[in-house]
Design a protein around this ligand. Structure first.
Ligand code: NAI
Ligand code: OAA
Length: 416
């Protein structure tokens, strides 16, 4: 195995430019350990290339690239990066082409659960190699390095490359999936309009970055709250990406409903409709609905922070629902851009809809969901709240001057 050599950052392209020399050293040692331990696994034809880069504005020192194949020097930009001939082995020869998955808020609680699921193959499948591109804030950069180290230590065969950085224009480069988790939590005394503005600015900037550098068909899942309106802001700032590709993560609520009692109007218990089994409509309409609505807040009271593990699971479910065919007769919930929906929901907002997928990353709306007056009234309430939020972020969607007349009961889960 050739000895790693240092290549001055100026000789590489912009993405590879930065690393503090001390971290570069630490990472080099760790990469060596990985290289040695990986080599001891029963893999053949292994030719690793290791390089280190952090993309942030405080660029510095060298990048390490193994010198045995000069042609490959510029191909690897990861904090760690393993490249070898995937076609050369029986197992890896059947793997798909590597995909690039960007995650923002990658040093946060939700990402700390999610990233390891993605790297393990649980999300995109056991034959799908992954490059992770992790976006953090300036404050979280060091923690992000820790995340990358833990990913490396986990020896996931499918995880080929990890990049970290704080500039979305660098981190989102060529991303095929963008899981946008990073956001500021609402603090005590902060007005909802203030939170909408702060997080809206983040999602406007990230939408612009995706528009400029991501894969033109990138699929985007917005998790940071308020996720529907953040998703709307994001897609309005990314006019070159189909609006249909943007989702707001509403799957956690579906999962929470299922863990209580499923959607009582459309779901079945042992083949019978829920209302045939549970006759107590008052309980279904009042207690059950409220329980799901307030589940997030109840958890914040217990944990002192919002749901992280179950949110990560629901992101996994949301992605898997798009990359695997939906079973016959089933559907899943995801917040999507309303553009010709069959339910009379206001157009031009992001609203949770029943969807099905053929497993190609795309979806279609399910048209035969049953509504009653109760459901219609609850949906109208959500619609009014989202329309009010939309007016409040008009300055971020390019639709003029914002007017914030948020209804009093627009609640975040922590507010009870
Ligand atoms: N849609 C849903 O069902 C749920 C949404 N959430 C929301 O998800 C978000 C993240 O939650 P956690 O991971 O628990 O929070 P966290 O506070 O643990 O992590 C957030 C991370 O985002 C980073 N960050 C902040 N601004 C950023 C930016 N501009 N670019 C990149 N990274 C940035 C922070 O440094 C932090 O590391 C919150 O907005 C929370 O309200 C939480 C639970 C459920
Ligand atoms: O507001 C939060 O951070 C938590 C949240 O969305 C939920 O638990 O549903």
């Amino acid at each position: 195995m050739a000895v790693a050599e240092f290549i001055p950052s100026s000789s590489l392209n912009k993405r590879t430019s930065l690393y503090s020399s001390q971290l570069s050293y630490v990472s080099t040692q760790i990469s060596h350990q990985r290289r040695l331990s990986v080599r001891s696994l029963p893999r053949t034809n292994y030719s690793s290339q290791i390089c280190c880069s952090v993309t942030s504005k405080e660029a510095q020192a060298p990048t390490v690239v193994q010198a045995d194949d000069p042609k490959k020097k510029n191909e690897c930009y990861g904090v760690f990066c393993l490249t070898y001939d995937l076609k050369a082995e029986e197992e890896t020869g059947s793997w798909k082409k590597m995909i690039s998955v960007a995650v923002s808020g990658a040093a946060g609680m939700i990402a700390n659960h999610l990233l390891f699921k993605i790297a393990s193959g649980e999300v995109f499948g056991p034959d799908q190699p992954i490059a992770l591109r992790l976006l953090g804030s300036e404050r979280s950069l060091q923690a992000l390095e820790g995340v990358a180290m833990e990913l490396e230590d986990s020896l996931y065969p499918l995880l080929r490359e990890v990049n970290i950085g704080t500039d979305p224009y660098e981190v989102f480069q060529d991303a095929e999936w963008a899981l946008l988790i990073g956001a500021k939590p609402r603090g005590p005394g902060m007005e909802r309009a203030g939170l909408l503005d702060i997080n809206g600015q983040i999602y406007a900037a990230q939408g612009k970055a995706l528009n400029a550098v991501a894969s033109p068909n990138v699929k985007v899942i917005v998790v940071g709250n308020p996720c529907n309106t953040n998703a709307l802001i994001c897609l309005k700032n990314a006019p070159n990406i189909p609006a249909k590709n943007f989702h707001a993560l509403t799957r956690l609520d579906e999962n929470r409903a299922k863990c209580q009692v499923p959607d009582f109007l459309n779901a079945k218990i042992n083949g019978l409709s829920v209302k045939e089994v549970i006759k107590d409509t008052k309980w279904l309409e009042e207690e059950f609905t409220e329980k799901v609505q307030k589940r997030g807040g109840a958890l914040i009271q217990k944990w002192g922070r919002s749901s992280a593990a179950s949110t990560a699971v629901s992101i996994v479910d949301a992605i898997r629902s798009l990359v695997t065919p939906t079973p016959e007769g089933d559907w899943f919930s995801t917040g999507v851009y309303t553009n010709g929906n069959p339910y009379g929901i206001a157009e031009d907002i992001v609203f949770s809809m029943p969807c099905r997928s053929k497993g190609d990353g795309d979806y279609e709306l399910v048209k035969e969901v049953i509504f009653d007056d109760y459901l219609r009234s609850r949906i109208k309430k959500s619609e009014d709240e989202l329309l009010a939020e939309k007016r409040c972020v008009a300055h971020l969607t390019g639709e003029g001057i914002a007017v914030c007349d948020l209804p009093g009961d627009t609640m975040l889960p922590g507010e009870m």
